[in-house]
Design a protein around this ligand. Structure first.
Ligand code: SF4
Length: 475
């Protein structure tokens, strides 16, 4: 079977592009990443598949945007009146990393690239492995995992990028044990700068890391390792010596975060694509509903970081029609929508355990346990990784499974919905079938606490519970 992988710059899809993809493969399109859709082809030979894929891509190219940016840009900025200016600012952040979006399509068979519109497809993988993770956000909604990024830029307002901007740096996942340089670390707020200064300060941080960090060591090359080793005071002093004024102002405050924020206005614009599939499922005819309603959309749709579709606020009426058609509120839970899994076994060569293939059923088990505890529709952030590399950022989740071996997982808990706190080890080497036995009593106790304190989040409750049961350092 052959598949066309078509990238959308900044994750923005013109309705006509999605219509073309769904007309070509009504039940087979899949969101392959935050910027790419995989479309199955009908051809049976390589030559026919290349001709078919190139022809479909040419159709979609008529609506393509140009100019890749290395940063994950907030949908709020992309949907603001200053969209072009923010996109131009984000492209300037390419100086800090190699681009993560590529203006060419590929045709794959069994995971292997057999054709690419780029002359050197291997560059894509080199870039993906080398890049720094960068986001450009604006309050009140935190969308792109700011605290797990190497660099985060946070705009005060959605107006023009001409004033001051917050700079965060040094976030990243990792593995607990031994060296603090390898542990997961939330990005630190480094202060307010003018937009120009913020870019120069970030470049200076890369220079500081090149001089003082272990950039030759692939496990410790990132800024997070340097900051974990030397500390923020030392880093501030380095920035001062270079002429910057770090830690000025107050950090930004985000009211909501993630895919399912609990904010009705924000959530209403999200059209869930379970497991990234844009297809009809029993009780959830997503492909059919989209094909019916795409012609009504006035703006491009956004692929979200976790593989769903987000509509423009001016398309809210169409979002409501789609939700009514899909019965979203009864067919999709916040936990299922916001849960994330990496590829895991058998897809990833490094995997020790399954991840994406168990995401749906494990999220359903958790939803059942929540309902039994009287917490139906509780939006716990839940992630699974097939190995300690943690590509799904499990260390920032409220509850996470990290694969040790087939069917066996380390259970972490205590991150938060903003992703600004790292999780701690709750249980080592737990067989997957024993997960309900571990979680059921904990969720019952959490439900009791939540009855007395209705706003209490699971991550906040369990981190306190774990500290009472197990003092820091004993994990
Ligand atoms: S976390 Fe491990 S198993 Fe999952 S995609 Fe990354 S390397 Fe593969």
């Amino acid at each position: 079977m052959y598949t066309l992988e078509y990238p959308f710059l900044d994750g923005l899809i013109h309705p006509a592009q999605l219509q073309a993809a769904l007309d070509h493969a009504p039940q087979g399109c899949r969101i392959a990443s935050f910027s790419t859709i995989a479309i199955p082809l009908r051809s049976e030979t390589i030559e026919q598949a290349i001709a078919e894929g190139d022809s479909l891509a040419a159709d979609m190219n008529r609506y393509a945007t140009e100019g890749a940016s290395a940063a994950d840009i907030s949908t709020l900025l992309l949907q603001s009146t200053a969209q072009e200016e923010w996109t131009a600012f984000a492209r300037r952040l390419n100086a800090l990393s190699e681009p993560v979006s590529f203006p060419y399509h590929q045709i794959r068979s069994r995971g292997k690239i057999i054709h690419s519109s780029s002359p050197s497809p291997e560059n894509r993988f080199a870039a993906l492995h080398k890049r720094n993770r960068i986001c450009l956000e604006t309050p009140p909604h935190l969308e792109h995992g700011l605290f797990g990024c190497d660099f985060g830029f946070v705009a005060h307002t959605q107006g023009q990028p001409s004033g001051h901007i917050h700079l965060f740096a040094g976030g990243g996942g990792g593995i607990y044990g031994g060296s603090p340089a390898l542990a997961p670390r939330p990005a630190s707020w480094l202060g307010l700068y003018t937009c120009e200064e913020a870019i120069r300060a970030a470049q200076q941080l890369l220079a500081i890391n090149a001089e003082h960090g272990e950039t030759e060591n692939p496990r410790k090359r990132r800024l997070k390792s340097l900051i974990a080793t030397r500390g923020l005071d030392w880093l501030g002093e380095q920035l001062r010596r270079a002429g910057f004024t770090p830690y000025c102002g107050q950090p930004p405050v985000f009211r909501t975060s993630g895919e399912w924020s609990g904010d009705g206005d924000t959530d209403e614009l999200l059209i869930p694509a379970p497991s990234g599939a844009i297809a009809d499922e029993p009780g959830y005819p997503l492909s059919t509903a989209l094909r019916e309603h795409l012609p009504r959309l006035r703006h491009r749709l956004r692929l979200t970081p976790q593989g769903h579709l987000r509509l423009h606020p001016e398309d809210r009426a169409t979002a409501r029609l789609l939700h009514a058609r899909l019965h979203t509120s009864s067919s999709q839970t916040p936990l299922a929508i916001a849960s994330v899994a990496c590829r895991g076994l058998p897809i990833c060569k490094r995997a020790r355990a399954a991840a994406s293939t168990i995401r749906k059923e494990t999220a359903a088990v958790l939803d059942t346990l929540l309902a039994e505890s009287g917490l139906a529709h509780e939006p716990i952030s839940f992630r699974i990784s097939g190995c300690p590399n943690g590509c799904s950022r499990p260390m920032f989740a409220e509850l996470a499974l990290v694969g040790r071996s087939e069917g066996i997982y380390d259970i972490f808990a205590g991150g938060n919905r903003q992703g600004s706190r790292t999780a701690r080890l709750l249980r080592q080497a737990l067989p997957l079938h024993a997960l309900p036995g571990l979680l059921s009593p904990l969720l019952n106790r959490y439900a009791t606490a939540k009855r007395q304190q209705p706003g209490l989040a699971f991550g906040d409750w369990i981190i306190c519970h774990m500290e009472q049961e197990q003092p820091p350092g004993d994990a």
